[in-house]
Design a protein around this ligand. Structure first.
Ligand code: NAD
Length: 415
């Protein structure tokens, strides 16, 4: 199977929306390429005394609507095409939910699972040393992504503040509460996904006890499973990088999490059947939630999906070819740039709190998040109806209009 280039997919998604909405040609041209790509390398002294050098990237895609914003991924398959695509999606995600930020993303090609805690700290600090003058609370603000954690964000913030001799917690979000994190940030991606899914359930007239399969049991996926269970949904399948488990009568995500902590995987959980990573996606359910990596719903397997809707908690899980197949089959896809935007929205709240040095309660955070997600869902749904297209294209149209306004107001050939 040919590897799908996620940046090419991202560009195709834009082209489709641009044509349908009549996007200004110069805005379209500007949005086809990132403003800035930074490639650098990070030397790390390993515990055994050797030095290893890791490839690292930061892409600052577009800052027409505000400073670049986006997470940092530590993964062995991370490369520049992936980081460019992720930075592109961040640009449109912030515009979809209307927060005043642009798009960026970072990554290191590394398997963090084989590093010791001290090696991971040295890598995290080295990443920030490489970008010392390229990031900042009003320039570019990183956050966690796959295999990066609040602890890593704390090391990174500390390194930045040491280099700049100051206290600027707003340089990075997703920090632990003790060092300026926001209440609710830990589960905000999932919580935002749940708010959106509840709106979708109304449109689809889904009944209580509707079934859900979640691919990926990390930050986004595990919280999604727990919150949906509390809301009366039945989680019938879960998976992680090693494989999946299915029980059509329902799984208890809290018990599965305990099992994963103990054994390192969701597999071999008592009372469930082990399945492969391919099988988890085709397990019958009402809603399929990809919450791991990009390019999992492809033209090869899109026809085999047995769900009524896909809610993309992961970034870029569905390729453009698969999108078309799902649309023809009548499977609704709630796109990543809407479904997982709760994370960046609470990251924005974290920055606002850091700037004021005044902190909100969890209740206040959720009370601000919910209307943003619901209104954004409604706007995307309305665009899909108006342009008679799928929800992804509707979301791109809605977001591109906001970016277009900002670019045209500032003057496009200057930035
Ligand atoms: P994470 O590192 O906490 O979890 C990733 C999970 O994916 C792990 O459980 C891992 O085992 C699993 N995984 C990896 N390869 C897999 C495979 N081949 N099949 C099944 N599972 C696999 O990462 P996360 O923060 O939960 O991010 C997951 C997705 O959500 C990513 O696409 C990320 O970009 C997106 N996202 C995250 C946030 C956030 O705030 N953390 C915000 C928006 C979007």
């Amino acid at each position: 199977m040919a590897k799908v280039n996620p940046f090419k997919s991202a560009q195709q998604q834009l082209d489709k929306a641009a044509k349908l909405m009549g996007l200004d040609a110069s805005v379209h041209a500007r949005l086809k390429l990132p403003k800035r790509e930074i490639h650098f390398s990070v030397p790390v002294r390993m515990d055994n005394g050797d030095v290893r050098v890791f490839e690292a990237y930061r892409v600052q895609y577009d800052n027409s609507r505000g400073p670049n914003k986006g997470g940092i991924r530590f993964h062995p398959d991370t490369d520049i095409s992936e980081v460019k695509a992720l930075a592109f999606w961040m640009t449109f995600k912030c515009a979809t939910v209307g927060i005043p930020l642009g798009g960026g993303k970072g990554g290191v090609t590394v398997n963090p699972k084989v590093l010791s805690v001290r090696e991971l700290e040295r890598l995290s600090r080295g990443f920030i040393r490489g970008l010392r003058n390229d990031i900042g609370p009003d320039i570019d603000i990183p956050a966690p992504d796959v295999y990066t954690t609040p602890q890593i964000m704390a090391w990174m913030m500390d390194e930045y503040n040491t280099l700049h001799s100051g206290h600027k917690p707003g340089v990075i979000t997703g920090k632990p509460l003790a060092v300026g994190g926001s209440a609710g940030r830990g589960y905000s991606t999932a919580q935002g996904g749940v708010y959106v899914m509840l709106e979708l359930a109304k449109k689809m007239k889904l009944k209580k006890g509707a079934t859900v399969v979640i691919q990926g049991f990390g930050n986004a996926g595990s919280y999604m499973a727990k919150i949906l269970t509390q809301k009366g949904y039945k989680i019938v399948g879960l998976s992680d990088s090693r494989g999946g488990i299915v029980n059509l009568k329902g799984l208890d995500p809290v018990a599965v999490e305990k099992h994963k902590v103990k054994t390192g995987s969701v597999q071999n959980y008592a009372g469930a059947k082990n399945v492969t990573n391919a099988q988890i996606l085709t397990t019958p359910c009402d809603i399929l939630v990809p919450a791991a990596l990009e390019n999992v719903i492809l033209k090869e397997n899109a026809g085999k999906l047995r769900c009524k809707a896909v809610v993309e908690l992961a970034n870029g899980p569905t390729t453009p070819e698969a999108d078309e197949k799902l649309f023809k089959k009548g499977i609704i896809v709630v796109p990543d740039i809407l479904a997982n935007a709760g994370g960046v929205t609470v990251s924005y709240f974290e920055q606002v709190q850091n700037a004021y040095n005044y902190y909100w309660t969890e209740k206040e955070v959720l009370a601000k998040l919910e209307p943003i997600m619901v209104e954004s869902f409604d706007a995307v749904w309305a665009a899909k109806e108006k342009y008679k297209c799928d929800m992804r294209t509707g979301a791109y149209i809605h977001a591109a209009k906001r970016i277009e306004q900002a670019m045209l107001a500032k003057g496009i050939a200057n930035g």
